[in-house]
Write a protein that binds this ligand. Structure first.
Ligand SMILES: *Cc1c(COP(=O)(O)O)cnc(C)c1O
Length: 381
């Protein structure tokens, strides 16, 4: 049996009968972009997250740019971001003409190291943009404390964060503005690109709504500069139909993560299953991704591919070493925790349609790799 890195066929098949009926109705109505289905999804996401305002967008990368624009962040401003994340954490800051300022990540959680933030604050710093990566949130208690002390905005990249909560508050609602991604591989995935902005602030919500629709107000007058980042009704419909099953899916992900944890435990020190730091405030975690740190990561990935098992390197290179920010003058060694993670981290299959058998198969293939690889016998991490 092959185990692809990602598969959503069973979820789609289960929704298809309802989807077909609703889709036909939708297609007979005139509005296929930013229409009635999108409004219904926004309401459903408000209900699920507790957000006062949810603004649909084309994707989470756009959402981050819109969040920065809505907050008035631009040239001359600095935004503190973790150096180990998806490209969007860097590119959104560059797009608005502001300057990204990196901090390293914490060992184990992959989240921005809150202890490293204060040393990076300057008179130009406007915002901190934590990322909730893989399966847990950043240390929001500490980050909010720092932001309050220095009068900074917190904008959350909660693209991976649906379902995650800190002290009961949903990811994306701990700072001024947050985002969600509905890219197909995300915990709540659409049939294509889609994203959202979450905020409790009416002014940011209005600004974000206008920016995402070419700056237009409800009368069709451009109140500010914007661009086109609207959501298709097809995506909104599919997402709304999936939302009621999300809690069950998150539960199944947790079950699969526990199976991995158990199956991989005996492979230490060659494999370190993703750890979870205990946060001071109770966090609800979501197993969006299952990431291990592995000796000979690339050889392991190639071996697994040969056995029909898909994996993905999250992330092959930290942001500060990407060619597109060469001008910032960073070099290897600047952020050692992120650099070590990019050499050892490997994402294993983790999705709602994953079977127990598939997880067992991945674990035994990983175990075979280390058993068959004599150079690794007794290797130290
Ligand atoms: C997926 C992701 C994004 C971008 O989401 P898109 O909807 O694909 O634009 C941004 N940040 C993080 C941390 C992500 O994982």
């Amino acid at each position: 049996m092959n185990v692809p890195f990602f598969d959503t066929q069973r979820t789609i098949e289960a929704l298809l009968p309802t989807l077909e009926v609703e889709l036909e109705q939708m297609m007979r109505q005139a509005t296929l972009v930013n229409g009635a289905q999108v409004r219904r999804l926004e309401q459903a996401i408000c209900d699920y997250t507790g957000a006062r305002h949810a603004i649909a967008t084309g994707n989470a990368t756009d959402s981050l740019i819109i969040a920065l624009m809505a907050a008035g962040i631009g040239p001359g401003d600095e935004v503190i971001v973790p150096c180990y994340s998806f490209f969007a954490s860097l590119s959104c800051v560059l797009h608005v003409g502001a300057t990204p300022v990196f901090v390293d990540i914490e060992e184990g959680s992959y989240a921005m190291n809150a202890d490293a933030i204060e040393a990076r604050i300057t008179p130009r710093t406007r915002a901190i943009m934590p990322v909730h990566l893989f399966r847990q949130m950043a240390d929001m208690g500490a980050i909010q404390g720092i932001a309050a002390r220095h009068g900074l905005l917190v904008l959350e990249d909660s693209a991976e964060g649906i379902g995650m909560r800190h002290d009961g508050r949903h990811a994306g609602l701990l700072g001024a503005i947050g985002v969600l991604s509905f890219f197909p591989t995300k915990t709540l995935g659409a049939l294509g690109d889609a994203g959202m902005i979450l905020t409790d602030d009416a002014d940011y919500a209005l600004a974000a709504r206008q920016i995402a629709d070419n700056g237009r107000d409800t009368k069709g007058i451009a109140q500010r500069n914007g661009f086109n980042s609207r959501m298709d009704d097809l995506q909104a419909l599919y997402l709304r139909l999936r939302l009621p099953g999300l809690a069950r899916e998150i539960g199944w992900r947790a079950h699969c993560a526990a199976l991995y944890q158990h199956g991989l435990a005996e492979l230490a020190p060659n494999v370190a299953p993703a750890r979870l730091l205990a946060r001071p405030a109770p966090q609800t975690t979501v197993d969006y991704a299952y990431v291990i740190e592995a000796e000979q990561r690339d050889a392991l990935a190639a071996y697994l591919a040969g056995r029909g098992i898909g994996t993905e390197v999250y992330y092959p290179r930290p942001l500060h070493l990407q060619p597109c920010c060469r001008h910032m003058g960073h070099r290897e060694g600047d952020f050692p925790v992120a650099e070590a993670a990019s050499r050892r981290a490997l994402g294993l299959p983790m999705y709602a349609d994953l079977s127990e058998d598939a997880v067992m198969q991945v674990c035994s293939a990983i175990s075979d790799f280390y058993r068959l690889s004599p150079a690794l016998k007794g290797a130290k991490p």
